[in-house]
Design a protein around this ligand. Structure first.
Ligand code: SAM
Length: 285
């Protein structure tokens, strides 16, 4: 015996709600229950993310640490009570934590999301920024399963849509739609945004890690090892994909990046499923 006792499972941690899928997400039943060890987990998370969070805020780490600690402690009970129990195909716990922290620490007055999917990340953004005006877009709105009363859910692509008046310095645009990062960056710059967050930012050599890779990704736009016209070929789930590097698109996007801060993957700390390359870009005016 190794001294570990096991209590019988009491069923799902939270009751299923109408419309929930019966299969819990992979990360859903694995939690630290000892308060002291949970506090150590949260401290390790903050230590891991702090340099990136401080860089995103453009503030000293010492000034950012207390806010990040408080926000990380608030995240866990929130996440355990989330309305979308199974967000397979969307953000899981590590990505959700990064999104929550960036939004909560930046405290934008306006948030635009592209890629509502089932509504999980919009719900999370509302928890992080209770007073923000939030507009979320999806070209397949029929997938939406959770609506917040005061979020503006729109069908379609964001690029031509009218937006509420916003202060660029206090606005966050969050792209989780698998559309070319280079295209999204240029669109966000044209519309005057300063703070942008992108999911699925993978290097050219690991594009197999995501379905519908948003090429050229942010990482590819700043990759001097890529040649204009080079063909990149990769396989995901047995299907072959090809992309020919568009040097002009990469240069236009590169010119729009003032600061670039990928958030480090939390899985070495939390041991939850790997994150998907969430990256912050401060957009040049
Ligand atoms: C990875 S899911 C988003 C996950 C979601 N943010 C979450 O974690 O809760 C990607 C979504 O982008 C949507 N999408 C694809 N093309 C789009 C476009 N041009 N504009 C907006 N949404 C788009 C898809 O329909 C899909 O629902």
């Amino acid at each position: 015996m190794n001294g570990v006792t096991v209590e019988p499972a009491a069923g799902p941690a939270e009751p299923l709600r109408p419309g929930d899928q019966p299969v819990p997400a992979r990360d859903d039943r694995n939690w630290m229950l000892s308060p002291d060890q949970q506090a150590r987990l949260e401290a390790a998370i903050v230590e891991w993310l702090l340099p990136s969070l401080a860089a995103i805020l453009d503030r000293p780490e010492a000034e950012t640490a207390a806010r990040a600690t408080e926000a990380t402690a608030d995240f866990f009970p929130l996440y355990r009570g989330r309305p979308i129990r199974n967000n397979k195909g969307g953000g899981l716990i590590n990505d959700s934590l990064c999104l929550y922290l960036v939004a909560r620490l930046l405290q934008p007055a306006t948030i635009v999301e592209s890629g509502s999917y089932q509504g999980h990340s919009a719900w999370l953004l509302r928890q992080a920024c209770p007073a923000a005006e939030i507009v979320t877009f999806d070209v397949r709105p029929e997938q939406l399963r959770h609506r917040e009363p005061d979020i503006d859910y729109r069908a379609g692509d964001w690029s031509e849509a009218a937006l509420p008046a916003f202060d660029p310095a206090r606005t966050l645009v969050w792209f989780d739609d698998h559309i070319s990062h280079a295209r999204r960056l240029v669109e966000a710059r044209r519309r005057g945004f300063r703070h942008a967050l992108f999911d699925d930012n993978f290097d050219a050599y690991s594009l197999y890690a995501t379905g519908g890779a948003p090429v050229p990704t942010l990482a590819m736009t700043i990759d001097r090892g890529l040649a204009d016209g080079e063909e990149i070929v990769w396989m995901r789930h047995g299907k072959t994909y090809r992309y020919r590097v568009d040097g002009a698109a990469c240069s236009a996007a590169r010119a729009a990046i003032e600061a670039y801060h990928p958030l480090p993957d939390l899985s070495p700390i939390t041991r939850y499923s790997p994150a998907s390359g969430m990256t912050y870009a401060r957009i040049a005016p």
